[in-house]
Design a protein around this ligand. Structure first.
Ligand code: SF4
Length: 493
């Protein structure tokens, strides 16, 4: 067998390498921390990676690839799976022909996100298998396992990683032989892929039958393993929590779950019976412990205070001591702020001075909420500035409604989700268009300008204006004379 050199890789890089080695035909995604590097590296490795206008489209592209009998990868951050949820749920019914792996990169602790939703819930809700690697080697190996599971049961598989797994570097020993890409083909399967109610009803039954078979198979799956230890304490854990648990309690027996939906309940019950005290160590929502207790297995969870933010070794020690005393405050870091030469400082100053009611959006312009501007009044999710602004303008008294401004966005985001807010509704009154300005140079994680196969900038296609255009539009709206703003070159931070 040819020897393969070990490599020091981040989890994202390991997933990209595995996708290349596993013969993935196309990787599609939408960028966002902590998932962005997967497609970038996949592209650098010679894979065919492409950004899509949003995560829904990325998953649909990947699903089409998988319908054609070849392997497909879809990547996104956790909130992106909200956007892609529509095709995900029905893809579980249609199934796939070639393997389809959906990477959900979750961000517990919200290093760079607007919420810390736990996407393990999506696997349960959609009814798809879920794998959770703990380090880069597992991220590499689990990609292969995910394709094998996907092709065996003809289902999409979610590979759920978290920020620490995505961005931590550990050694990876790649496989010696890579898989060649399969030849695409199209086999007609109208009843299997056209989800009208008459075909979707039996499809749902097929899905539940598959999940029952997978659960039985998972009882002896090598992705779940017991790390032997003393019988006084047993820990059940998955993902990055396994690393913290091992360090916090090196003498404990550990059931490390890599395949976490559907759960191997017999294996879990057997492990729980083998120890005097059984504690579930998991980051984020109490997904594992709820499922384990619902199956009638006695296990301790964590106090509610540890649901928030990332776990680490000291926090796991506190969980094991059942310590609910207040935690020491973390040392304050330098607060984020707009770059010194950011051209949007002018915009936020104007918005504040004019006492505008500002429906904001995600990106570095969200920093306009901080001092000295304090010029943003809401920020919900990507693209929400338009819808929220419209809602405010619909109902506020006229003198307030005319001060509502929707702050949008990098133009690609306008393309991605924001423009829905400008579409006329199928019935009802015409939408009242809010004011907007673009941000072509933001430094936020979704800045896809540098990604693989990045196309022309969306503002080059749709011709929306910068802060100068915003100010001129404001002047015209008030019946005044447009004033030219001085051009300021932004330093992209
Ligand atoms: S990255 Fe660009 S848009 Fe963001 S704060 Fe810096 S200069 Fe402004």
């Amino acid at each position: 067998m040819a020897s393969v050199k070990r490599q020091l890789l981040s989890g994202d890089e390991a997933i990209a390498l595995a996708a290349r080695d596993a013969g993935v035909a196309i990787g599609a995604g939408y960028p966002g921390t902590p998932s962005t590097e997967i497609l970038e590296r996949f592209s650098e490795l010679g894979g065919r990676g492409q950004w899509s206008p949003n995560e829904k489209v990325a998953l649909e592209v990947a699903l089409g690839v998988a319908f054609a009998g070849v392997r497909a990868l879809a990547t996104m951050k956790h909130v992106g799976l909200n956007v892609a949820a529509d095709p995900l749920f029905t893809a579980a019914y249609t199934g796939v022909t070639g393997g389809l792996v959906v990477v959900s990169a979750d961000d517990p602790g919200m290093a760079s996100s607007q919420n810390e939703q736990d996407n393990r819930r999506y696997a349960v809700a959609a009814g798809v298998p879920l794998l959770e690697p703990s380090d880069s080697q597992e991220a590499y190996d689990f990609v292969f396992a995910a394709y094998e599971i996907s092709e065996r049961w003809k289902l999409p598989v979610i590979l759920r990683v978290t920020t620490r797994v995505c961005h931590s570097y550990t050694l990876v020993e790649p496989r010696a032989s890579n898989r060649a890409q399969a030849t695409p083909r199209f086999d007609r399967d109208i009843r299997g892929r056209v989800m009208i109610p008459a075909y979707a009803r039996p499809a749902h039954r097929r899905l539940r039958q598959k999940l029952a078979e997978i659960q039985e198979w998972n009882e002896s799956c090598s992705l779940n393993r017991v790390v032997p230890g003393g019988s006084a304490l047993g820990l059940i854990t998955s993902g990055i929590s396994f690393m913290h648990a091992r360090e916090a309690a090196p003498d404990a027996a550990v059931l490390k779950l890599g395949f976490t939906h559907p759960l191997p309940m017999k294996k879990i019950a057997e492990f729980a019976k083998s120890v005097e005290r059984c504690v579930v160590i998991e980051e984020g929502d109490p997904c594992l412990v709820e499922a384990i207790r619902a199956a009638g297995i006695a296990a301790e969870g964590k106090p509610e205070m540890y649901r928030f933010g990332e776990l680490d070794v000291p926090r796991v020690r506190r969980i094991l001591r059942n310590d609910t005393s207040p935690e020491a405050a973390k040392p304050p870091g330098k607060p984020p702020q707009l770059c010194d030469a950011c051209q949007y400082r002018l915009v936020f100053e104007t918005l504040r001075r004019k006492e505008c009611i500002v429906a904001g959006d995600i990106g570095c312009y969200t920093l306009g909420v901080l001092q000295p501007f304090e010029a943003i009044d809401s920020c919900v999710c990507m693209g929400a500035s338009l819808g929220v602004g419209l809602g405010l303008r619909h109902v506020l008294p006229r003198d307030q409604a005319r001060r509502v401004v929707s702050v949008i966005l990098r133009p690609q985001r306008h393309q991605r989700v924001g423009r829905n807010g400008l579409q006329p509704a199928p019935r009802g009154p015409r939408a009242d268009h809010p004011r907007q300005f673009d941000d072509s140079d933001d430094g936020s994680p979704g800045a896809s300008r540098h990604g693989p196969e990045a196309g022309p900038r969306a503002d080059e296609q749709v011709g929306v204006g910068g802060p100068g255009a915003f100010a001129r539009g404001e002047a015209r709206a008030r019946g005044g004379t447009p004033r030219r703003f001085p051009r300021i070159r932004a330093r992209v931070g």
